[in-house]
Design a binder for this molecule. Sequence first.
Ligand SMILES: [Zn+2]
Length: 152
Amino acid sequence: MTQRKPRRGYFTSAVNCRCPRCREGKLFVNGVSISMKKNLQMNTRCKVCNQPTELEVGFYYGTSYVSYALTVFLSVVSLVLWGLTIGISVNDNSVFYWLGVNAFLLILLQPWLMRISRSLWISWFVKYDPDWQEHQPEDVSERLNKDQANNW
Ligand SMILES: [Zn+2]
């Protein structure tokens, strides 16, 4: 039997919001959108390997921490870039200009950040399965509650 190699690596798969189990199917129904509802609407199951995208009630609560960490990381990067190009001094208002520009950038990136956070979050709980075609994903139905679906 030949060794099957994934088409995407872990990082590419997570950034492209692909199912972590097969790295093929899309996690989200729509493309990145300003509409919050459209932006975060997920496929209930991966269309390629049948992996459920919600593993338990309130599964995506933890993504706020991921989103927070990403935001802090991006702010540090933008501060360093600002310092190296425009320069930051205590003698003028340059740090406040950075704050404004940084806030604007983060708001602009928000729809994308929310999706990436979910994609990263599920990738830490569902491992890549090179033989996903041969068996079914773990059954999580007893951890779900229909009335509580999407309730976060
Ligand atoms: Zn899949």
